[in-house]
Design a protein around this ligand. Structure first.
Ligand SMILES: Nc1nc2c(c(=O)[nH]1)N[C@H]1C(S)=C(S)[C@@H](COP(=O)(O)OP(=O)(O)OC[C@H]3O[C@@H](n4cnc5c(=O)[nH]c(N)nc54)[C@H](O)[C@@H]3O)O[C@H]1N2
Ligand SMILES: Nc1nc2c(c(=O)[nH]1)N[C@H]1C(S)=C(S)[C@@H](COP(=O)(O)OP(=O)(O)OC[C@H]3O[C@@H](n4cnc5c(=O)[nH]c(N)nc54)[C@H](O)[C@@H]3O)O[C@H]1N2
Ligand code: SF4
Ligand SMILES: [Mo]
Length: 701
């Protein structure tokens, strides 16, 4: 079979944060088939339908194959020399007229660690500002914030292998069979072998069918639910006193606060029966080894970061951290969203979350890079858009992020992009965002580049080129270093491996990282200078002053948006198995046949009272905007709630989303949007993408 391929390359999946290791098979210069690598530590010989089949996008006729520059309202093809000179001239002009802080960049969580490190160096050193961020802002920034506050480090405390060792797993606001399907499958298998699952989600997710107990709490009430669980654990003396005394601080205030959250009171807030809260608390706390997994149903809320702190509290009071089978596993989203933040593609931190306000750290990078830098943080993504609308931000360099489709409050984002003097987009396709660009640079997908991704277990894994970039497209590494040189700042790297060596040199917790050491098995950070890695964190101390973890006493507060007579339903947004985020890639694969358009999920009883039936097109209106899409009836959603995704540009879901965001990290409240649903569409009729010639769906296996 293998001799039908001219080459097989072992690499890492570029979709989600599970980090499946893949074998990419090439014929006629293209990747034509993918199979699982049997020794992948996260996937152990499995993949999902995206990693295994959704690779046709790479050879799509829509790929960007040459730079584009804006001319008289449209784009024309340009040479690399012309496009890069245009970027250097415009960024140089804006910097001299308005200062470097009038420029901002976004790094791509779809790209490698090395790409993201180079991007933040480009913005910090070649441009001269800390205005750099990545889409972790709209995703798990609350997780990162809270884990650092409670335990010290910004990453899962254990590994996926802990799932098979646990007796109980609590899943809150995460839907692994859709978002992280290989982990979803591992959980399902573990449940069939005896792992007790507790799920908390306003929708009855598939894994609820494999669990002991499902809690359909109202969107935005996780804090009350966590407090209710803590209340029962404390009241029924299920806490681990020795662990609390020897390894933690601040428990007393938590104990006092939890006293008010009786199961009955919490039932009133969350809608979860008091008896279920009692049962869930006992199941979790009585296990010897229990894991907690969470996702965006926790983070994308007004108090998302506080809920993650409450999750940490529950684990601490029952000593369910730092041991095999007792892990906190936030299921990080994109293939490298963990890594892009680890690399310092954030406005306030360098690598390993070390603050730009720390003089010693900034001085060390100044010396290494030969530049001077400020000691104040730069702008977060929403601040960038506000500054653009206000006229203070003049240019953006957006690398692998489709903000005009995926960020909240689309109308505001569009206004911001229109307000800019100069916009560069570096992507593999034209996107909603690149419509506003002055220069579009054609980059390479994960199948065409080398470097590393860091998965949701903090595991760095190698990415190896299985094919050439199409046309004159270049790798992100080549493009970013070339633009930097054109700005007069040579970085001096020859390959991405040199970048990893600098990361290791500059970052004590990553000291032992190198492409060679990462090898086939990967390395989980921290990595000591001798190469020893860390599958489990906090086995004997936490990474905070004094070595102790910190409890946080945080009461439940109401979500930012609320239903009323005009907007009586709550819209929750999330993911579909077949498509991926902006959908630029999966909509150009056979997955489009599996799911050709999006729908609004409505409970049959709500549909009856609204006078709508399955398949009807409806108008969904929020306080921000309106969209139109067809209805699908399902009993998996609680009454009073509706659900849709955001993978299709023609739907424009995020026109509905407002500016409410997590109090500590500005992560948008994508999960609670008060809406009305009306039978007849008064919004623009649902525009389907024009039929185009399909790519051949070759799959040689
Ligand atoms: N197929 C596919 N896989 C993906 C992606 C994709 O687009 N498609 N995207 C990737 C990315 S970037 C990410 S971040 C991950 C996200 O993966 P998940 O975190 O699993 O993503 P979501 O589906 O957005 O949200 C999870 C669940 O939260 C629930 N929820 C909403 N509000 C609340 C609440 O207040 N309380 C509770 N308890 N639950 C709530 C929703 O009903 C939903 O089932 O997936 C990654 N994997
Ligand atoms: N309503 C609603 N909106 C949401 C969410 C939600 O739950 N509800 N979730 C939010 C979350 S968690 C996230 S992470 C964001 C994701 O939002 P985005 O980051 O905008 O989405 P992606 O589709 O992951 O990828 C962004 C771009 O990267 C490009 N790309 C892929 N690989 C490469 C590469 O190697 N190089 C370059 N240069 N470009 C590449 C793709 O073509 C795409 O245009 O969406 C957010 N938006
Ligand atoms: S589970 Fe995630 S990493 Fe694995 S094949 Fe699917 S999309 Fe890729
Ligand atoms: Mo995400």
């Amino acid at each position: 079979m293998t001799d039908r391929f001219e080459q097989t390359t072992t690499t890492t999946c570029g979709y989600c944060g599970v980090g499946c290791r893949l074998e990419a098979h090439r014929a006629d210069g293209h990747v034509v088939s993918i199979s699982p690598a049997m020794d992948g530590p996260a996937n152990k010989g499995h993949t999902c339908l995206k990693g295994r089949f959704a690779h046709q996008f790479a050879r799509s006729r829509d790929r960007l194959t040459a730079p584009l520059v804006r001319e008289s309202g449209g784009f024309r093809l340009a040479s690399w020399d012309e496009a890069v000179a245009k970027i250097a001239d415009n960024l140089g002009r804006i910097k001299s007229e308005h200062g470097p802080d009038a420029i901002a960049g976004l790094a791509s969580s779809r790209a490698t660690n090395e790409d993201c490190y180079v991007m933040q160096r480009l913005i910090r050193a070649a441009v001269g500002t800390h205005n750099i961020d990545n889409c972790s802002r709209v995703c798990h920034s609350p997780t990162s914030f809270a884990l650092r506050k409670s335990f010290g480090l910004s990453g899962a405390t254990g590994s996926f292998d802990d799932i098979e060792q646990a007796q109980v797993a609590l899943l809150i606001g995460v839907n692994p069979t859709q978002g992280h399907p290989v982990v979803g499958a591992r959980i399902k298998q573990a449940a069939l072998r005896g792992l007790k699952l507790i799920t908390a989600d306003p929708r009855r997710i598939e894994l609820a069918d494999y669990g002991e107990l499902h809690m359909g709490n109202r969107p935005g009430t996780n804090a009350a639910l966590m407090q209710g669980l803590a209340h029962v654990v404390i009241r029924d003396e299920l806490v681990d006193r020795d662990f609390i005394d020897s390894r933690t601080e601040g428990y007393e205030a938590v104990e006092e606060l939890a006293g008010t959250y009786t199961p009955e009171a919490v039932e009133g807030i969350t809608g979860v029966p008091a008896t279920d809260i009692e049962a869930a608390a006992h199941m979790y706390a009585e296990a010897d080894r229990a894991c907690i997994l969470w996702g965006l149903g926790v983070t994308e809320h007004l108090y998302g970061s506080e809920v993650v702190q409450l999750i940490c509290n529950l684990a601490l009071m029952t000593a369910n951290v730092g041991r095999p089978g007792a892990a906190l596993l936030p299921l990080r989203g994109q293939n490298n969203v963990q890594g892009s933040s680890d690399m310092g593609a954030l406005p306030d931190t360098f690598t390993d979350y070390r603050p730009v306000t720390d003089d010693a750290i900034t001085s060390a990078f100044e010396e290494r890079w030969g530049v001077e830098m400020k000691r104040e943080r730069g702008m977060k993504i929403p601040e960038m858009f506000d500054a653009a609308v206000a006229g203070d931000l003049k240019a953006m360099y957006i690398f692998g992020e489709d903000v005009a489709q995926t960020d909240p409050d689309t109308a505001h984002v569009q206004k911001a992009l229109e307000s800019l003097d100069f916009l560069v987009c570096q992507d593999i396709f034209e996107t909603e965002t690149s419509k506003y660009a002055d220069v579009v640079l054609p980059a390479s997908s994960f199948l065409e580049k080398t470097g590393t991704f860091t998965n949701a277990e903090r595991r760095l894994q190698l990415v190896s080129a299985a094919a050439e970039p199409p046309g004159s497209a270049k790798t992100d590494f080549e493009i970013l270093t070339m633009v930097s040189a054109a700005l007069g700042y040579e970085m001096g790297y020859e390959t991405p491996s040199d970048v990893m060596d600098e990361i290791a040199e500059m970052t004590p917790r990553y000291a032992g990282q190198s492409h060679e050491r990462i090898g086939r098995g990967g390395l989980q950070w921290p990595v000591a200078a001798d190469g020893t890695d860390s599958p489990i964190l906090y086995t004997d101390h936490f990474e905070l002053p004094g070595g102790k973890a910190r409890f946080a006493a945080l009461p439940y507060k109401e979500p930012g948006d609320a239903a009323d007579d005009d907007f009586p339903l709550i819209l929750v947004t999330g993911r579909r198995l077949e498509h991926y985020n902006a959908g630029t890639m999966t909509r150009r694969t056979g997955n489009l046949e599996l799911l050709p358009f999006d729908t609004l999920e409505v409970h049959p009883e709500d549909a009856a009272s609204l006078g709508i039936s399955d398949g009807d097109t409806v108008t969904v209106r929020s306080r921000r905007g309106e969209i139109a899409l067809p209805v699908r009836l399902t009993e998996r959603i609680e009454r009073g709630h509706v659900f849709t995704a955001f993978h299709f540009p023609e739907v424009r879901t995020n026109l509905l989303v407002g500016s409410s965001a997590d109090v500590n990290t500005s992560c948008p409240e994508y999960k609670v949007i008060a809406v009305s649903v009306e039978p007849e569409a008064s919004a623009a009729p649902l525009a389907r993408e024009p039929e185009r010639e399909r790519e051949p769906l070759i799959d040689a296996l």
